[in-house]
Design a protein around this ligand. Structure first.
Ligand SMILES: Nc1ncnc2c1ncn2[C@@H]1O[C@H](COP(=O)(O)OP(=O)(O)OP(=O)(O)O)[C@@H](O)[C@H]1O
Length: 534
């Protein structure tokens, strides 16, 4: 009996490659259903196109085409072309055929982070439609255009290059064109995909975006501003963000022979003075060879680095916020409001990662009134559409937590709020990048930014209220002026004061009393004739 139990408890084991893992759990990356997969594929390819352009100082020209395949109505070909930096041909098979292969594993803000997105779209297409990805690319300055047709060997997590070729590039084109065929559900995805592109255009008024959808609609978002966001620069890690593993990796890479040199060499913002002061405080000999530290010493060093409060704050060089001008231009062009204001806060840090929070508010105009603010969330310039209510940005703008009445906004109101978190590490809740966790430092900054932008809205609304009141008074006054002037003219007929000059005098007195200059007065009475007659 005891022996049988033992046998029953035997388990078999095996390992998985990253591509097998994401093949089995594709819903965690946003590929759970045909409609969601269609949306996610568009996102991944468009975000790669933008990363290849604005991050490198190129004004983006991006074309997205989604076509239904006539022989298989549930199959769609999604093609995205950009004018970006292109990809060196030796990297193409891995960039598109090996899960977790990326040029973005760096401390520099980019939309991409995981080395997963394009491969998920390719993998999903491959398992549902059997079709490979097709890539045309030409790196900047290349005399050739390279072509690849690739599938993923899911068991081995390796690219399978089915075909490749080279073409001359007489026009000097640079950029990339990626085409995948996936199973999709356009009718269900239509709204989200259009909304995603619209929100991308709001945040990238410096891009030309052309979108041809399967219904044959052509939507073009024209560039309205030639200014690009500041380009991010790669930075070294911040000492407060280390753990034992990162410390080991940095030491392995470093040629420094003393702890002092190592700290100066491996971390951002650490000069000789700071390194000496830290080592003294932490109780380490500055001449120790970092390569000889045992696990106990490594643990202590990592802990002390995290605890030391006198390092310079993390550098914002790696970040690329939109800036108020771009946010305001985007909101104005797409939402057509009567008022916009945007705020870019100063850099802050959490766990050794710098971040910048931005908030834009748009009010009135063509924004429809609703019972709560319309929230447009962005993280590292990516619009986030799903899981809004579990995002830290919603927590902050939610009328249950933010007293909008203090800022003269009473719901239902026509208010849209844009939030942007730019960071070398956005704390996404999942690899599908749909919502951001409520890290206290980020939440606090969002609240501060919202307050700052909302104060500007309050000023505007106050001014508007004042003007409306003044207008009301002017209307009342104008209504009675003719009558009063007439009566006064009758009373004063012996003094030969005519009705018109009395009217003029009354008008001047009113302007003086209400402190309205002529120009403003003209504006206030514009189109009032009808009311006055009434
Ligand atoms: N349009 C493009 N232009 C230039 N390089 C590209 C383009 N598309 C993909 N790449 C390269 O392929 C790599 C892999 O892309 P992929 O979408 O799989 O991951 P990622 O963008 O790095 O990260 P994430 O999974 O977070 O999106 C990118 O890091 C980039 O170097």
């Amino acid at each position: 009996m005891a022996k049988r139990q033992q046998v029953a408890q035997q388990e078999s084991f095996r390992s998985m490659t990253p591509s097998q893992f994401f093949y089995e759990y594709r819903e965690v990356a946003g590929f759970g259903s045909p409609s969601r997969a269609l949306y996610q594929t568009v996102r991944e390819l468009v975000e790669n196109a933008l990363d290849a352009t604005d991050v490198h100082g190129i004004l983006p020209d991006i074309t997205l085409v989604i076509e239904q395949i006539p022989e298989h109505p549930s199959y769609y070909r999604i093609t995205v072309e950009d004018n970006g930096i292109g990809i060196q041909p030796q990297h193409v098979p891995y960039a598109f055929g090996q899960v977790l292969y990326s040029s973005k594993y760096k401390l520099r803000q980019a939309r991409g982070r995981f080395g997963l997105g394009a491969k998920m779209a390719i993998l999903y297409g491959q398992i549902k439609t059997g079709q490979p990805v097709e890539v045309y690319t030409s790196p900047i300055g290349s005399s050739k255009i390279y072509f690849f047709r690739i599938k993923i060997d899911i068991e081995r997590n390796k690219p399978i290059v089915l075909a490749k070729g080279e073409y001359p590039n007489p026009s000097g084109w640079h950029g990339t064109r990626v085409s995948v065929v996936i199973e999709g559900d356009w009718p269900r995805a239509r709204h989200r995909v259009h909304e995603y592109i619209r929100r991308t255009a709001i945040a990238a008024p410096y891009a030309n975006i052309t979108f041809i959808d399967p219904d044959g609609n052509i939507t073009v978002y024209h560039r309205t501003i030639d200014k690009l966001p500041k380009q991010p620069r790669e930075v070294k890690p911040h000492p407060q963000g280390v753990d034992i593993e990162l410390l080991k990796q940095l030491i392995r890479k470093s040629k420094a022979t003393t702890l002092l040199e190592f700290l100066i060499d491996a971390f951002q913002g650490v000069g000789r003075k700071t390194a000496e002061a830290f080592l003294d405080w932490a109780g380490f000999d500055k001449n120790l060879d970092p390569h000889k530290l045992d696990d106990r010493k490594l643990e202590k060093l990592a802990r002390k680095l995290r605890e030391y409060q006198r390092f310079r704050p993390p550098s914002a060089d790696a970040l690329s916020p939109f800036g108020p001008e771009i946010i305001e231009a985007g909101l104005r062009t797409i939402l057509k409001p009567e008022f916009v204001a945007a705020v870019t806060r100063r850099p802050r840090a959490y766990e050794g990662h710098s971040f910048i929070v931005e908030v834009g508010i748009a009010y009135g105009g063509q924004i429809p009134p609703s019972s709560e603010p319309i929230l447009l969330r962005y993280a590292n310039k990516i619009p986030l559409l799903y899981d809004e209510k579990s995002d830290v940005a919603w927590k902050v703008v939610d009328p249950k937590n933010f007293d909008w009445r203090n800022y003269l906004v009473v719901f239902p109101a026509p208010v849209a709020v844009l939030t942007h978190i730019a960071s070398t590490k956005v704390p996404y809740k999942g690899v599908g990048k749909e919502s951001v966790a409520d890290v206290p430092e980020i939440e606090q900054e969002l609240r501060n930014a919202l307050r700052e932008a909302a104060r500007k809205l309050r000023e505007y609304l106050l001014q508007k209220k004042k003007e409306e009141e003044a207008k009301k008074r002017v209307i009342t006054f104008m209504k009675y002026t003719p009558e009063i002037a007439k009566s006064l003219a009758t009373i004063l007929k012996d003094y030969s004061v005519d009705e018109n000059s009395i009217r003029e005098m009354l008008l001047t007195a009113m302007k003086k009393r209400l402190r309205i200059e002529d120009e403003k007065f003209a504006k206030l009475v514009e189109g009032l004739e009808v009311n006055i007659e009434e």
